[in-house]
Design a protein. Structure first.
Length: 694
């Protein structure tokens, strides 16, 4: 591996323009070599990974590898040299590493990204005349001394031609070797020198790359903080913190130790801004609010301020900054909801009326998602004649909260805003703040969700909550973890939100909440729960067949007893501790599904690359009844030999079992514990490996 300057591809002047030195080959030979190689360019095809032909970057986090493969070939049978080149974007030098031939003209190399920011990479390849000569020379009949001597002269000319491309010390040695190859010495000695490792290393250090083919343009990598790849989110309404009345940031701070103990590292707040009074919604989304109804936090803005203001009952900006700092001491990030919409009395409405759509009667168009109507919300007109001013203001909203210490954002309904806006604003923010993380809350068509991920969103909401059967889960998470989309689409699984209480949770009781939590936390490295409601297994819809909560916290302040004996706090803590203690669960790409002869049971595993951590999950998808079945394990995926006896340690219950072979029996009662989360331990491991979180 070596570093080369940016201008390393600058071709040498044509031979006729330079004075020939003693070390250069004969003019006829030199011209023949130039013509032969110059007319035989290397072809580079099927270069991966890349997104839409390099239009968008792939995503990584520090310490992850980028494995690059490509089809690289030329006509004929000459030997190629292929290199992977990479660097931090803006660096003056490339780092180069040789690519390995995989067979059938496929080549591979990898590099590790070490810092957040942007990297770029490309591959280059050329016909290496010396390596081709060396390959043919090794196959020549040693009995034909004249043929060997003539071939050695050709090799010596190639060696002399390389002198000008290597440092002085190497050049001196190459001259010596060239002379030796052509002297009247013993042929065996000269042949051994020609095929020796010393000459090979010297020639590889100074290859003739004038006719190299390099993939262009360079492909990009966005490297984001580890929390973009692995995170556990807990959604909490700040106004519901505290024992009575309207909660404050101080009340939220008092909750931080409990949330940290549960094992969460992102605490997500719905909008914390002043809430509009005009058209305010009442409890259960009624159009006629009571005098003390607080309104929906997503109806942003009142005469006190808008997207850069804080609801007065929560506290001050300084109170918020203190909360952010305290959370960070506990390794928790405060994530803010950025909802680009306004209440009718938001200052933007009067100060910038041109930023909003008008109906034919001149009134501002409120938000609708038929049959739902949001009379308390005005959407922006992102394509208005003053769109540039609006976009700049949107960027300033993010920058304002970053200045206040926030580095994680959940963006509300980004699919209803222009793609170009997100590519621009996320690009602008990340250029100055590469540590920023953006979660896309887009419940929309797959291609739109994927486009948002390509444009820069670090994580993306998924269809997980509506994938409940074994086939649905297997198909969907195989797509997320094994397709090429994984290069840019980081899924975030969520069992519930303040807007969505799906039928499975409504009808499955406490076991359903346990089942969906284990699935979210182990199928996906990122997940989010609407926390207090989930801990207490709240499952009553506003009306039959709907997905809205009855007495939704979106429209009222809710105080809950989270210490109830039936709360899920202990279970959530256990699962999150397992996640933290098993690095295999910090990634998505190793997800592998195993066979089970009962469709109510799903089995899957995750492993680290070196198989030092192997975790096997079996989940009963039936929240009502005990289910049993025989597993058909893919032992190779677990790093277990075919006839090996191995231990599975259930990290949820502490139970340990010795299994042998691929076929093993399981039985799960959802009213006791609906899942196994096994740590697979081979007998070749030491006793220390059998510690709980080893």
């Amino acid at each position: 591996m070596k570093r080369v300057a940016m201008n390393d591809k600058t071709p040498s002047p044509p031979p006729a323009a330079r004075k020939r030195t003693k070390t250069e080959p004969e003019p006829g030979l030199r011209a023949a070599l130039v013509n032969e190689v110059g007319l035989r360019p290397v072809v580079i095809e099927n270069l991966k990974p890349q997104v839409d032909g390099g239009r968008f970057p792939i995503k990584r986090t520090p310490g992850e590898s980028v494995v690059v493969v490509a089809d690289i070939f030329a006509d004929g049978h000459d030997t190629l040299r292929c290199l992977l080149r990479y660097r931090r974007t803006g660096a003056s030098e490339w780092v180069e590493t040789p690519m390995a031939a995989l067979g059938n003209d496929r080549w591979r190399a990898e590099f590790v990204v070490k810092e957040i920011g942007r990297y770029e990479y490309q591959v280059t390849g050329w016909v290496d005349v010396f390596l081709s000569w060396r390959h043919d020379f090794a196959r020549r009949n040693t009995a034909d001394e004249n043929d060997i001597a003539l071939a050695l002269q050709t090799g010596a000319a190639l060696v002399r031609d390389a002198v000008k491309r290597v440092p002085a010390v190497a050049a001196k040695r190459l001259r010596e070797i060239a002379r030796t190859l052509t002297v009247e010495a013993e042929l065996g000695t000269r042949r051994e020198l020609a095929l020796g490792e010393e000459l090979l290393d010297l020639m590889n250090a100074g290859p003739d790359r004038r006719f190299a083919t390099t993939s262009d343009p360079a492909l990009g990598v966005v490297v984001e903080p580890e929390r973009a790849r692995y995170s556990s989110w807990y959604e909490l309404f700040p106004r519901s913190c505290g024992a009575t009345g309207h909660g404050t940031f101080a009340d939220c701070a008092a909750e931080l130790p409990r949330i940290a103990a549960l094992g969460f590292d992102v605490l997500y707040f719905p909008p914390i801004h002043p809430i509009g009074r005009t058209k305010r919604k009442g409890r259960n989304n009624t159009l006629v609010p009571a005098e003390d109804d607080p309104g929906s936090p997503w109806a942003i803005g009142a005469e006190e301020g808008g997207h850069k203001a804080i609801h007065a009952a929560l506290g001050t900006l300084e109170d918020f900054k203190q909360l952010v700092a305290r959370a960070r001491e506990l390794d928790i990030d405060i994530a803010l909801d950025i909802a680009l919409q306004c209440a009718p009395d938001h200052p933007y409405v009067s100060e910038h009326p041109e930023w909003f759509r008008r109906r034919v009667d001149g009134s501002v168009q409120y938000a609708e998602n038929p049959p739902k109507k949001y009379q308390d919300i005005y959407p922006f007109n992102f394509g208005s004649p003053r769109w540039a001013e609006l976009w700049e203001e949107i960027r300033s909203i993010f920058e304002y909260w970053i200045e206040a210490g926030v580095r994680v954002f959940r963006v509300d309904n980004p699919h209803t805003k222009p793609f170009a806006l997100w590519e621009w604003v996320i690009g602008e923010i990340k250029q100055k703040h590469p540590e920023a993380i953006f979660l896309s809350e887009a419940f929309t068509r797959p291609r739109v969700m994927h486009r948002l991920a390509k444009l820069g969103f670090s994580q993306s909401y998924t269809y997980f909550t509506w994938r409940n059967t074994k086939n649905e889960l297997t198909e969907y998470f195989t797509e997320l973890s094994a397709s090429e989309a994984r290069e840019y689409f980081r899924p975030n699984a969520w069992p519930n939100t303040p807007d969505i209480l799906n039928e499975y949770l409504q009808t499955g009781g406490r076991p359903a909440f346990q089942i969906r939590f284990v699935l979210a936390a182990t199928l996906c490295a990122n997940y989010v729960i609407y926390g207090p409601a989930y801990e207490l297994c709240e499952n009553v819809p506003r009306e039959p067949g709907g997905e809205e909560y009855l007495n939704s916290e979106k429209y009222e302040i809710r105080h809950r007893d989270l210490d109830r004996p039936d709360a899920l706090g202990d279970f959530i803590t256990r699962v999150n501790a397992i996640r933290r203690g098993n690095r295999a669960l910090h990634f998505d790409w190793s997800l592998h599904f195993h066979g089970v002869d009962n469709d109510q049971l799903i089995c899957y595993s995750k492993t680290t690359t070196d198989r030092s951590n192997v975790v096997l999950m079996v989940v009963n998808l039936d929240p009502h009844y005990r289910q049993s079945g025989w597993l058909e394990l893919d032992l190779a995926a677990l790093g277990v030999e075919r006839e090996e006896t191995f231990q599975v340690h259930d990290l949820l219950t502490g139970a340990r079992y010795l299994w042998h072979g691929s076929r093993n029996y399981v039985e799960l009662d959802p009213h006791v514990c609906p899942a196994h989360v096994f740590r697979v331990r081979r007998h070749s491991h030491t006793e220390r490996d059998f510690d709980y979180f080893a």
